[in-house]
Design a protein around this ligand. Structure first.
Ligand SMILES: Nc1nc2c(ncn2[C@@H]2O[C@H](COP(=O)(O)OP(=O)(O)O)[C@@H](O)[C@H]2O)c(=O)[nH]1
Ligand SMILES: [Mg+2]
Ligand SMILES: [Zn+2]
Length: 355
């Protein structure tokens, strides 16, 4: 396996050769991690790996640790079977969500990185009965993706089980702000053809969406091999059983790198105020016409957004979603945990001498 087939690029090559190559380290890509045990792929093959003591010592936040898709600098152990992760290379793109934890009366937010160095995301939803398909959830995934730096592609799966697949696609297109929308049927022969155009050598693609929407089935179908385990959807709540509890990256034979993820049912946004504006591009356009520059679209006079809702041009749910996403990100900023604050706080300014 060459580094190029694993997605290596000039960006990483430059960093690596200037900082790590002469330390006798080897470049590798994290393909899986669960509870501090990593799997990495490199030119020498695939290895189980752990981070070094020194790495652990330097890490402050959970986001400082490698995730699936990360490039790392490793050293093979003398036994030649395991590897030690010495360094994490800077990420080119990052998918992260907000993890909220409560301690006492205070709630803290921290960044949970889902995957790194991803070029494109398939945002998968199931058309089965409508339960799995929510425009509001899709809006969230779109923001998450745009904020990561990857390109979103909306994939409405299980078209074979829906009589209204075309209508669903139209609805999705209306809110996708230019992202391509495809209806597919991963179980049918040739049902994933529309997605093949996106799968190319050295391109990294992540599949995101609720469990049971068919992410693993789509990967198998594209690869033409049973690479990922899939599971029956439970009849009771239309959710898939959690077959995949960790993310897993796989390089497919015809070229391309696919990352399967466990079902993220509700993603809480961690950052990405401008990504929200991209997701709700038409609201931003309208807001230019509001009388007040800082209009919150909450009943101010001369609000162009309110007028558009009134006339039926914009659905009210869009505005509700928009405000919710903005608020979530503002909340994350307020609740950033202590470690995070330490890292981001500006150094104190030197006091001015009194004259
Ligand atoms: N009818 C139909 N079933 C599908 C389709 N894609 C996946 N499934 C089924 O949906 C269930 C969940 O699929 P899976 O790939 O495990 O979902 P994941 O949790 O998102 O990875 C499995 O029983 C699949 O066979 C499809 O296009 N049509
Ligand atoms: Mg799965
Ligand atoms: Zn307004």
């Amino acid at each position: 396996m060459t580094l190029e087939t694993l997605g290596w690029s000039d960006y990483f090559s430059q960093i690596f050769s200037s900082e790590y190559a002469d330390k006798g380290l080897m470049a590798a890509r994290v393909s899986r991690n669960s509870k501090q045990i990593y799997h990495v792929l490199c030119e020498e093959g695939s290895f189980v790996a752990r981070v070094s003591g020194n790495f652990r010592h330097r890490a402050r936040l959970s986001s400082d640790y490698p995730v699936v898709g990360d490039w790392v600098a490793i050293r093979l152990k003398p036994d030649g079977l395991e590897a030690e992760i010495r360094e994490l290379l800077p990420r080119q793109t990052v998918f992260s969500r907000q993890a909220v934890s409560a301690s006492g009366t205070e709630s803290k937010s921290s960044e949970q990185v889902i995957a790194a160095n991803v070029d494109m995301a398939f945002l998968v939803a199931s058309l089965d009965g409508g339960r799995g398909f929510s425009l509001r959830r899709l809006e969230r995934y779109l923001t998450l993706t745009r904020n990561s730096g990857a390109q979103p592609v909306v994939v409405l799966n299980k078209a074979d089980l829906s009589e209204a697949a075309d209508r669903a696609a139209d609805e999705a297109r209306k809110i996708a702000a230019g992202a391509p929308v495809h209806t597919v049927s991963a179980l049918e022969k040739g049902g994933v053809e529309p997605l093949r155009q996106y799968v190319r050598e050295a391109m990294t693609l992540v599949l995101l969406g609720p469990s049971g929407s068919g992410k693993s089935t789509i990967i198998n179908s594209i690869a033409g091999a049973d690479l990922m385990r899939t599971s029956e959807v439970r009849k009771t709540d239309a959710r898939g059983r959690h077959t995949t509890t960790w993310s897993e990256m796989t390089v497919i034979e015809s070229g391309g790198i696919l990352i399967d993820t466990p079902g993220l049912r509700d993603v809480q946004l961690w950052s990405g105020d401008t990504a929200v504006d991209e997701t709700f591009a038409e609201l931003r356009e309208l807001a230019r016409k509001c009388r007040f520059r800082d209009c919150k679209h909450s009943g101010e006079p001369g609000c162009a957004v309110a007028a558009a809702i009134e006339s039926g041009e914009v659905e009210e749910e869009r505005l509700v979603s928009f405000k919710k996403q903005k608020e979530e990100i503002a909340g994350a900023l307020r609740r950033r945990d202590h470690g995070e604050k330490l890292k981001h706080v500006q150094p104190p300014r030197p006091r001015r001498k009194k004259k």
